[in-house]
Design a binder for this molecule. Structure first.
Ligand SMILES: Nc1ncnc2c1ncn2[C@@H]1O[C@H](COP(=O)(O)OP(=O)(O)OP(=O)(O)O)[C@@H](O)[C@H]1O
Length: 244
């Protein structure tokens, strides 16, 4: 059975004056897919993501996210997506439990549902011993895992992750990716930006953005074949070099 597309972008563009930060990007993402969105600093990833999550109006082009239009159905988009970035995390001065309760409330979950989700999350993450500790006292890797779980509290169709694993060691990043796989297995679509090329290898398909345009889009295996290299790191370097 063909899986449905949950993100569809057609010539999506964002201009700031004469400068096109995102220049006519087109792609589709399927339900349950792990879709990587790669690019050097300033390539336009965050600008593109902002349009997709409904906080920035495109200059031209079209996009639908979870079936809703990015121009005029942004409230519906927000209800159907989760979002996590390195910059937007949890509240350091609330405990683990308080953060879960707080964000559950923001997402409109009932008190009973919040209680159920909180118990499930604390147990799944093995946080029993530290659920009453302030989030600010936790190591960064734990904060990221908790933040990812919180972004899934309302069971969104799609979760957008903007460089979710910045600054932590490879083992912790690997554990984080195990959580991503689990969410994808359960049908959640993952749209992820990263600077780590090992993480690009974990994605089902990867798009590479160079100066606002998607210059390559395929599975990591096919991209390596196409560019005749052994690693995503080399694909990335080759593309960036060709553009210069
Ligand atoms: N509000 C704005 N006004 C003018 N230019 C902007 C604005 N927002 C972003 N830009 C420019 O658009 C380009 C793309 O920025 P963007 O933040 O989307 O890149 P990025 O790929 O997410 O980079 P990074 O990996 O550093 O986060 C950059 O040149 C940036 O300076």
């Amino acid at each position: 059975m063909k899986k449905e597309n949950v993100i569809v972008a057609e010539a999506l563009t964002k201009a700031f004056g004469d400068f096109k930060a995102v220049n006519a990007i087109s792609f589709e993402v399927k339900k349950g897919e792990i879709f990587g969105f790669l690019g050097a600093n300033g390539a336009g990833k965050t600008t593109a993501m902002k349009m997709l999550i409904g906080i920035s109006k495109p200059s031209s082009g079209n996009a639908k996210v979870a079936g809703f239009d990015v121009y005029n159905q942004t409230e519906s988009i927000k209800k159907n997506i989760g979002y996590m970035s390195q910059k937007f995390t949890l509240y350091d001065d609330l405990t683990v439990k308080e953060n879960i309760t707080f964000f559950g409330g923001i997402y409109g979950l009932s008190r009973a549902k919040i209680r159920e989700k909180r118990a499930q999350l604390v147990s799944e993450l093995g946080l029993e011993g530290i659920s009453n500790k302030l989030v600010g006292s936790l190591p960064l890797g734990w904060k990221q895992k908790l933040s990812f779980s919180v972004s899934l509290l309302h069971e969104p169709k799609i979760v957008f992750l903007d460089e979710p694993t910045g600054g932590v060691d490879p083992i912790t990043r690997r554990q984080f990716w195990e959580m991503i796989y689990k969410a994808a297995d359960q049908g959640t679509t993952i749209f992820v930006t990263t600077h780590y090329m090992d993480e690009a290898e974990y994605c089902e398909r990867v798009s590479i953005v160079v100066e606002g345009r998607i210059e390559a889009l395929d599975t990591p295996k096919k991209l390596k074949e196409q560019f005749k290299v052994d690693s995503m790191n080399d694909v990335f370097l080759k593309l960036a070099r060709n553009i210069e």
